[in-house]
Design a protein around this ligand. Structure first.
Ligand code: KG4
Ligand code: ZN
Length: 335
């Protein structure tokens, strides 16, 4: 039997990543060049700097991935690449690299949606069982996605303003923590008590949408009011209170969606899936629910990587999906 080697390329934000997945689920190479050090001093990702780093890193990361997998380009069955959503200049580097090697080596090309990639990171951990519900929480997205089969995505709820990760990063900035702030808030929260009253945006009854900008503003106001009164607030208590509010809403809405849609499996996806508090709360919620299988990927598959793109690319490729050389970066691509 011939092995299937699918290459994944991801450059939608600030990680230059190339991975090779063997026979659908085996990670043969997963190389990620992070740019965090370059963006840190600006407190966030600077698009122009991101694009330039992708250009500088792409060939190096690609060659490293092939060498880790112990294969050459002629062994690759298909090249899958994130076509969107993301930063247009960043996406363009990955898309053009993928098109160039597809053309030069005559290898089929498959465009992949970044969020589909985050969801399919779970397939590298466990076989998917349909119907399923995925909670996607990243720096750019907060969505509940219902899937009744491979490649079919129904967004039943999404954020109306800030993404969960964005709220984490902005709150961290208010507390003078370095970028990206999510992991710092997570760590602080573990040593604090959720003693500060903060809002929870439940929205209209029955809605699966999210909203985090009110919570973010409440945190900022709490800090400013305390400063004005010359009082000090324990940052760990503020972090714990903020995290409590985010997790309460995320987990409550996920449980309701799981019940209403009668799913067999719950998948956690996206950078915020690395959050210890969220992982623990989901494990507590679904650990005692009969017949519901909860899958949470390891940390390196939660944050941006290309193995997840290759995992989604494998499914699309095997379904017969092909992109041609007209494939373009699409910063606002719908799933
Ligand atoms: O999925 P990702 O790597 O990039 C996007 O597609 O957006 O997600 C990055 C986001 C950042 O906002 C970062 O602060 C957040 O994930 N994040 C966390 C944690 N680790 C990463 N947020 C909360 N707790 C964490 N442990
Ligand atoms: Zn992402």
């Amino acid at each position: 039997e011939k092995n299937q080697w699918i290459m994944g390329i991801e450059t939608s934000c600030d990680e230059t990543a190339v991975a090779i997945v063997k026979n659908g689920t085996e990670i043969a190479a997963n190389v990620v060049a992070s740019q965090i050090e370059s963006h840190k001093r600006f407190g966030g990702v600077v698009p122009e700097i991101a694009s330039r780093h992708h250009v500088e890193q792409m060939t190096i990361v690609l060659e490293e991935a092939l060498s880790q997998a112990g294969i050459t380009m002629k062994d690759v069955s298909a090249i899958s690449v994130t076509e969107g959503p993301g930063l247009v200049g960043a996406l363009l580097v990955g898309v053009n690299a993928a098109k160039a090697i597809s053309f030069a080596h005559d290898i089929p090309l498959v465009g992949v949606h970044h969020i589909a990639g985050h969801i399919y990171a779970n397939r590298l951990v466990s076989e998917m069982a349909f119907p399923l519900m995925s909670l996607v929480v990243s720096g750019g997205h907060t969505e509940l996605v219902y899937m009744k089969e491979h490649g079919h995505f129904e967004v039943i709820g999404e954020t109306r303003d800030d993404a969960a990760g964005e709220a984490y990063d902005k709150v961290a900035r208010t507390l003078s923590l370095p970028y990206p702030g999510g992991p710092h808030i997570d760590r602080l929260a573990q040593s604090g008590t959720p003693s500060i009253k903060l809002p929870r945006a439940w929205l209209e009854e029955g809605s699966y949408d999210f909203s985090f900008s009110g919570l973010k503003s409440a945190v900022i106001n709490t800090v400013h009011n305390a400063e004005q009164r010359g009082e000090s607030i324990a940052p760990e208590d503020l972090a714990a209170s903020f995290q409590d509010s985010v997790i309460d809403v995320l987990v409550t809405k996920t449980i309701r969606a799981v019940d209403e849609y009668h799913v067999k499996q719950v998948l956690l996806a996206g950078g915020v899936a690395a959050n210890k508090g969220l992982r623990t709360a989901l494990e507590a919620a679904f650990g005692e629910k009969d017949g519901i299988d909860l899958v949470i990927p390891p940390l390196n598959l939660c944050t941006d990587n290309a193995a997840m793109i290759a995992a989604a690319g494998t499914i699309l490729f095997n379904k017969g999906v092909r992109s041609n050389l007209a494939l373009n970066a699409n910063p606002g691509l719908d799933i």
